[in-house]
Ligand binder design. Structure first.
Ligand SMILES: C[S@@+](CC[C@H](N)C(=O)[O-])C[C@H]1O[C@@H](n2cnc3c(N)ncnc32)[C@H](O)[C@@H]1O
Ligand SMILES: [Zn+2]
Length: 286
């Protein structure tokens, strides 16, 4: 059976969770080909299995090359400790028979896929991203999850559907998160901390301090919307050998606008040790 049909069959088990992103009415899988609403708005499954639920074509700055690089770096274990830590938190806080997780801004899908594998077969993962280039890779390599191109500020889901909302290094829309999360649901937001990729910033900028991250506002805003039940910092370093350096520089928006000369200083190294410094915020709805 081809991927389009397999994916449509999978989605049909969860179709009640979806709504039409245009008119908001319920939406059903039709002939294992499309999702169609009662007003006939139609969204086809692609040959890779994902659905495009963003109402109009959109080009973002996130390219196929960026997501491929992110996938390569992630598969090499760069974010391994992060996924393990997040998986443990979810296991500790969500003790249910069937668990639904939505990754908001899932990119190329490796985090969600690794998390679902780690947590267990009772979990169904949904990943959305506004960049088609990311969702395409996600659906190509991870068939066990449901993938869609969609805007996290206007998601194609009914109210109160998800046990866990994940949001890793991506923008947020807390009003929308609150709308689609179940009353006892968990929000896991991962934000960069001061030393995240600091070595790259040192190579790239004369004044790397200027480029450092300040999280105070992000954390305050999170706490206005959710009851913060845990906050933890995860800081470690990863040594990357020469063959991974092109992927390192391509995987991050930090490189956008940096001169070729600066980028070459990184590419010429034999190895680079890079700091991963992240904050994991875990919240519940009030
Ligand atoms: C730095 S990437 C992180 C991707 C992934 N979570 C990861 O950690 O590899 C930020 C992601 O947010 C996505 N994004 C930005 N605005 C979005 C929106 N309005 N709706 C959905 N995704 C969005 C981008 O397309 C991009 O994939
Ligand atoms: Zn509709």
């Amino acid at each position: 059976m081809n991927k389009r049909i397999l994916s449509a069959k999978h989605v049909s088990n969860f179709e009640n969770m979806f709504k039409c992103p245009i008119c908001g009415s319920s939406i059903k899988v039709f002939e294992y080909r499309s999702l169609v609403c009662i007003n006939r708005h139609t969204f086809d499954f692609t040959k890779y299995g994902y659905i495009n639920l963003f109402p109009r074509p959109i080009k973002t700055k996130y390219s196929k090359e960026l997501f491929e690089a992110r996938k390569r770096i992630t598969e090499n274990g760069f974010f391994g400790l992060l996924t393990e830590t997040v998986a443990e938190s979810i296991k500790n806080h969500v003790k249910k028979k069937d668990v639904t997780i939505l990754d908001m801004g899932c990119g190329e899908g490796s985090h969600l896929s690794q998390l679902c594998d780690n947590i267990g077969s009772h979990v169904t993962g949904f990943g959305i991203d506004i960049a088609k280039e990311g969702v395409l890779i996600a659906s190509k390599y991870h068939s066990n999850q449901i993938w869609a191109v969609a805007d996290l500020a206007n998601t194609p889901f009914q109210d109160k559907q998800f046990d866990v909302v994940l949001n890793i290094l991506s923008p947020s829309n807390y009003a929308e998160f609150k709308r689609i999360i179940k009353c006892d649901g968990l929000v896991v937001k991962v934000v960069p901390q001061n030393n995240y990729l600091k070595e790259l910033r040192e190579f790239y900028f004369d004044d790397p301090e200027k480029q450092s991250y300040s999280n105070t506002e992000t954390i305050d805003r999170f706490c206005e919307s959710f009851q913060l039940i845990n906050r933890s910092r995860l800081c470690y370093s990863v040594k990357l050998e020469k063959p991974f350096l092109p992927s390192l520089i391509q995987m991050t928006p930090l490189t956008w606008g940096v001169t070729e000369e600066r980028v070459n200083t990184v590419l010429q190294k034999e190895t680079v040790t890079i700091t991963v410094d992240l904050e994991i915020l875990i919240g519940k709805t009030f």
